[in-house]
Structures are given as C-alpha cells and as structure tokens.
Design a binder for this molecule. Structure first.
Ligand code: HAM
Length: 440
C-alpha cells in the first residue's frame, strides 16, 4: 500500500509559497522588535517536565504536553511555550547578565490540542520579554511593541482591541473586597478564564455555586462579583478597589498608552490569561472582526518565575504571539501581501549549452541575482511554460544564436514580451521587485 502523504494531525507542511508568507511574518516581527533593542536567543525544543509543573497552566501541563520518557528514564516534553525556558536561561546566568535585558525568540511550540481554526498542535510563537524593570514602564513598552507589530502588519486600530487587566486587582477584588477564600478565588478565576466558552446564564450559575452559601445569602457576593465583571472602565469599579496602588498603576498604564496614541487599549476585568505565573498586568489582543472574533496573542508581568530557579527574582514582562492567529487575522482583514518569488529569473537553455552558460550565470549571481537553470531536455515552449507555472517572472533564453553576455534574450512571463538587453539592464530588470521581496 502507498504511503499516506498527509502530515501528522495538527501540524503544517510549508510549501515554498507558505514558507515565504511565514518568512514575511517572522521578518515583520524581527524588524519591529529589534527597533526597540530586543536581541534574539534560542533554545532546544526539548525540556525536562519540571519547569512547567509549578507555574504553567494546569490545562497545558496535564492535558496538552507532548511528553515522553527518554532512554535514561527522564520525563521530557516538547516545549508548549517559551516562558519557562527563557526564565531558566536568565536564572542560569542571573549574575552575569546586564539588566534591563530585552530578548526575543521565534520558537516552535507544541500543544496537544484539538486542531481548529487558530489552534494547531505545532505553532511558531514570537516571544518578547523584558527582564529587570519593576515599574510600569516595562508594561507600557511591551504593549507598545505589540501595537507596533500590528502597525507593521498594516493593521489599523479599529481592527483589534488590546484588553488589559491586572492579576493584583483581581486578587484584591476576590479576597479583600469580596472576602472569598483562596480555594474559592482559584475556582472563580478558572471560571472567568473560560467564560467565553459558555452561555452567560450558565456562567452566572457556576459563579454562584462556587461561592459559599453564607456569602451569597448575607452579602449577595455573587451579584457583586457579576456586576464588577461588567465594568468597562476602572472608574466603574468600587471606590475601595480604585484606591489601591496597583489599580492606580493600571489606570496610569492605560492613560500612558492613550497619550502615545494607542486608543484601542481597554480595561477588561474578565481577562485572566490561564497561566499561574502572571503576577500583575496581563493583556490580550483581540480581533474585532465578527468573522474572526478571537484572541490573537497576549502576555503580562511574571515577576516570580526566574526566582523559582533558586536565584534572586527578576521582574519580567512579556508576550507571546503565534503565527497561526496572526495569519488568520491578516487574511480576515485582507492584509496578507503577495509575496514575490525568491528566484529572479530562470535561465532556459536551448540545446546543449550547460557549460557555455556558466560564466554568464556566475556573473549574474555575483550581482546578487537569484538565477535557476532549466537544463532538462524538454522543448523551449515547455520550458517557458514551466517557468510561468513556477511563478518566476523572467526567463533568460540562452542558446547558440540567442544570447551572449552583451546581448541577452529575456522574456517577461507576466506579459509575454521578449527583448534583448545588455547585461546591466538585465540585472536591473530582474531585480527591480526584489528589494523587500514583496510585490504588493
Ligand atoms: P499563550 O496565550 O498560551 O501565552 O500563547 C501565546 C500565543 O501563542 C497565543 O495567543 C496564540 O497566538 C499562540 N498560540 C498558543 N497556542 C497555540 C496553538 N495551539 N495553536 C496556534 N497558536 C497558538 C504563552 O504561551 C505565554 N508563554 C506568552 C508569554 C510570553 N507571556 C509572557 N511572555
């Protein structure tokens, strides 16, 4: 029986056209974050399981990791995310590194999920993290970088919103303001994290059930909580909550973003982000299109993770942005560029010209042109058809009477025009569109 050609469930094959689009996404990420001084790093896709046990979301560790026991009996996983790895790397060189540290990476991450729109089993995730700044400027910078990336993809602010919340504000509301026990608060945070996956009535019922009957009956705590969750500005929160320093800091953050022209950042008390390591500000970017109404990417502050490795803690803020969700966003808003072929021209040989063509090929390549050669034994028209089909725009026809270095026959397959040009003119023609490798 013939072998199956489909890839493993939930992963993608990247054919050259797909690869170029992925490259466009990666290049846009890199170019933007490097402008803010972020440096690239990388690590292995394999990690010991321990680094995820303490603080990654329970769902990811217990249900979504690709884990196995290696031949030495160690339990290892294919990384579901980069945050524990980068924290381990910083902890390992805690004393040697110069802070603030700005690092980025584009790892592939593995999660055993049910493949669906926006969620696969393997994705690439831009990670941008700043280590060593305790004050809110780090949070402002990280959200600004996220917004700059959206701008670099040519998105306008009406296409997405940046929802912002604070774990400290949530903790204060649940334990100090509403008086819930720690276990009740944990259950409620998990429920809020999943609230968009159920009907509101069901959610409200589960919230009530999670609160002890005495609080419900004597203080209507469930109703108070449900009202707070409807707040859309910090000013709608109870006065006592508004007066807390972390709430004021959150307000400052939102105001700073506004003053920088980021008008689409909004307070959202229901934004939890599943990970246990977040300690303060969290944010998530959502697509506003009804066709793709979903979270695109997110992050937040996690001041305790580096310290988990037994070193002095390092305050940290960062985010992760996946290639799958951003591609869906670009498709939805018709922002995907047409990517040009990486080959500028294909030389089509007429007759037995392989050796004779080599000096011209070498000279063209020396000028930086990307040139492939069709040295098959097919007829000229077949070869030209193949060049057109491959998407390469120009064919250089090289036969005994056809071309020499000062008079080169070149065919533009976008309009069928065939002309003879000097070497210099050929170089400028075929490379005209190659600057950014984009044709849009
Ligand atoms: P996360 O929200 O789990 O956060 O993932 C970040 C982003 O990665 C998601 O918003 C989405 O764009 C993409 N992503 C995650 N899982 C999948 C999947 N199964 N298929 C496709 N795309 C996916 C984190 O991972 C945090 N470690 C981010 C972070 C970095 N926080 C601070 N620094």
């Amino acid at each position: 029986m013939a072998l199956d050609t489909t890839p493993y469930k939930g992963v993608r094959d990247f054919y050259p056209q797909d690869y170029k689009l992925r490259q466009y996404i990666f290049d846009t990420w890199r170019n933007t974050v490097e402008k803010f001084g972020y440096e690239p790093y990388d690590a292995s896709v394999i990690e010991g399981i321990d680094i995820y046990l303490a603080k990654t979301s329970e769902e990811i560790v217990s249900e979504q990791t690709y884990s196995f026991t290696d031949r030495g009996g160690r339990q290892v996983v294919l990384r579901p995310e980069m945050t524990p790895t980068v924290s381990r790397m910083v902890a390992q060189r805690r004393q040697e590194l110069a802070y603030p540290l700005r690092w980025y990476s584009i790892p592939n991450c593995w999660r055993y999920e049910r493949p669906q729109k926006g969620r696969l089993r393997e994705h690439w995730q831009l990670n941008v993290d700043v280590f060593g700044i305790q004050n809110v400027t780090a949070d402002i910078e990280i959200i600004t970088v996220a917004n700059e990336i959206m701008k670099a993809f040519k998105a306008t602010q009406d296409m997405y919103t940046i929802r912002v919340n604070s774990r400290q504000v949530v903790a204060y509301i649940l334990s100090d303001y509403l008086g819930l026990e720690a276990a009740e608060a944990t259950t409620i945070i998990r429920l809020i994290d999943r609230m968009n996956k159920m009907e509101y009535g069901e959610f409200a019922g589960l919230i009530s059930a999670a609160i002890s009957p005495s609080l419900r009956e004597e203080k209507a705590t469930d109703e108070k909580l449900l009202t707070i969750l409807k707040a859309r500005t910090i000013k709608e929160l109870p006065q006592e909550v508004q007066e807390q320093p972390f709430t004021k800091e959150l307000q400052d953050l939102l105001e700073s973003l506004k003053s920088q022209g980021i008008q689409n950042a909004v307070f959202d008390p229901t934004l939890m982000r599943g990970f246990m390591y977040y300690t303060d500000v969290v944010f998530e970017v959502f697509d506003t299109s009804t066709e793709n109404n979903r979270a695109l990417f997110g992050g937040g502050r996690y001041d305790g993770l580096v310290g988990q490795f037994g070193v002095e803690p390092v305050p940290t803020v960062g985010f992760g942005m996946g290639d799958v969700t951003i591609k869906d966003f670009l498709e939805t808003h018709k922002l995907l560029p047409k990517v040009a072929h990486t080959v500028h021209a294909t030389m089509v040989l007429v007759g037995d010209m392989y050796q004779k063509a080599q000096p011209l090929l070498a000279k063209l390549r020396q000028e930086g042109a990307h040139i492939s050669v069709d040295s098959t034994d097919r007829k000229l028209d077949k070869k030209l058809k193949s060049v057109a089909k491959s998407g390469v725009r120009y064919a250089i026809i090289f036969g005994e009477g056809e071309s020499n270095e000062s008079n080169i026959t070149i065919k533009d397959l976008s309009n069928g025009k065939q002309e003879q040009h000097s070497f210099e003119r050929v170089v400028t023609t075929i490379m005209a569109n190659s600057k950014n490798n984009l044709l849009d």
